[in-house]
Design a protein around this ligand. Structure first.
Ligand code: G
Ligand code: G
Ligand code: MN
Ligand code: NA
Length: 255
């Protein structure tokens, strides 16, 4: 309960920080980053999201937390548009299932885009398959409302949840993110894992979606993914989640 109060205060006071993990295209150029939230504690440590996102979801704090993350991401995108090396980079934020079901979500997204006057397609929302567990029609309407705002939509952790080919084909996702556990098993010469990966990439391409693989660590994994037509890559090979300033320095250092 104490932790819950402290988290509520951290959200209210804007104390949560965004860390950014680079995403690159097939040629190694930066596409943008995924924002992964961190909570700076009084003892000077940074708490990882795995340690407080579940609490935020249980208590409903995930809605104000998610709104704060959207606000920070939009402010960052706005600042990036005035610098050539940063303009055009995309920023992805995670939307939890409970936040996705907030009836105010699309309106909030509309407001942050308008307030910060950002090109909406540079803001990407990562949504997991778990949002389709409940009311599929309601989920479809929310996705369509978000799509109508012009933001990019990514289906996160694809292949681990409740994937249905029927909904995938008809929902307005721009990108499919291959879950890192499939990528991690590449290189162990598992026919099954290779089949899953190549099938997801082919599926995404057939549906005119971008496919981005997470958790890429080795050259062998990268080669395999690119050979099979994966568009985007994310993982320790290209950078760990890092402070905003460090990500910006990386972008400025690109030829
Ligand atoms: O950075 P790390 O590997 O610890 O991230 C762990 C998990 O926390 C990831 O699954 C990620 O999706 C989730 N996460 C990180 N930041 C956010 C956020 O701002 N909102 C939500 N809902 N989840 C997040
Ligand atoms: O949103 P999502 O659940 O996909 O969160 C991504 C998580 O995976 C983050 O916590 C991030 O720190 C972690 N991660 C990102 N890249 C790698 C990687 O290359 N290897 C491993 N083991 N973990 C990664
Ligand atoms: Mn994600
Ligand atoms: Na993911």
């Amino acid at each position: 309960h104490q932790l819950q109060l402290e988290l509520a205060r951290a959200i209210d006071t804007g104390a949560l920080q965004l860390y950014l993990q680079p995403q690159v295209d097939a040629g190694g150029r930066l596409l943008g980053a995924e924002a992964l939230v961190r909570w700076p504690r009084e003892d000077g440590t940074l708490m990882a999201p795995g340690s407080f996102i579940p609490l935020a979801e249980e208590t409903g704090l995930i809605v104000p937390l998610g709104n704060a993350v959207l606000q920070q991401a939009a402010a960052l995108l706005q600042r990036w548009q005035s610098e050539a090396a940063l303009a055009g980079l995309r920023l992805s934020v995670n939307v939890s299932a409970r936040q996705f079901r907030d009836p105010q979500l699309a309106e909030h997204v509309r407001q942050v885009i308008e307030q910060h006057r950002i090109p909406p397609q540079l803001l990407e929302l990562e949504i997991t398959e778990s949002v389709f567990l409940g009311d599929l029609e309601a989920a479809r309407r929310t996705l369509q409302a978000l799509d109508a705002l012009g933001v990019s939509l990514a289906l996160d952790d694809f292949g681990t949840g409740y994937s249905s080919l029927a909904y995938l084909a008809e929902l307005p996702f721009d990108t499919i993110k291959i879950d890192q556990r499939f990528v991690a098993r590449l290189g162990q010469h598992s026919r099954q894992d290779e089949a899953i990966i190549t099938t997801i990439i082919a599926l995404g391409r057939q549906l005119q979606m971008q496919v981005l693989a997470e958790g890429v660590e080795t050259e062998d994994q990268e080669r395999y993914l690119l050979h099979h037509g994966c568009h985007g890559l994310q993982g320790y090979r290209y950078g760990r989640p890092m402070p905003v300033g460090q990500f910006e320095a990386l972008a400025r250092a690109q030829p």
